[in-house]
Design a binder for this molecule. Sequence first.
Ligand code: HEM
Length: 152
Amino acid sequence: MNALWKTLHIISMFLAFAFFMAPNLFAVVALRTRDGGAIKRTVEGAKIFDRLGGASIGLGVVFGIITALTGDISLLSGWLVTAYILLALIIIVGEGLVAPRLRRVAAAIGEQGTMSPDAQALIRSSGLGVLTLVPPALFLGVVYVMVNKPFA
Ligand code: HEM
């Protein structure tokens, strides 16, 4: 039974990675084009993936907790606490820093997709090129923690 929960946990977390991270990476590419229409459409099109990502990560956490409980693993073991911290950072950076900045850039772009000087300046000063890469990097960190279980 434990193997089933673990499998469901891993599938949900990989889906969460795809749903959350792919749109982030597309945003990096769209920002580089400096094409207002492409940036606006990418940011707006990513909203559905955000919701799917949220649902997948929620399921992944539930299945992860069940995996621990059915596998006699303490929910307070060092590696799981490390994973909670990394997961919190993923949400803080993704939802607290990246998403609002992307929304601000999209809002500064005109209806016709025309790049305003405001939008150009926002893109330059937002640090989005680097910030968007932080959540995927942290996600890979969680995979390392799950597989190698440091601070057991
Ligand atoms: C609150 C968050 C999480 C909890 C409670 C949790 C819990 C667990 C537990 C109990 C196991 C089984 C370990 C074992 O049987 O030895 C596991 C394995 C695994 N988890 Fe998580 N996990 C969490 C987050 C994540 C995330 C975010 C990812 C993906 C990025 C992930 C990917 C994996 C993988 C790949 C394994 C298989 C590792 C192995 O058995 O070698 N987990 N997790």
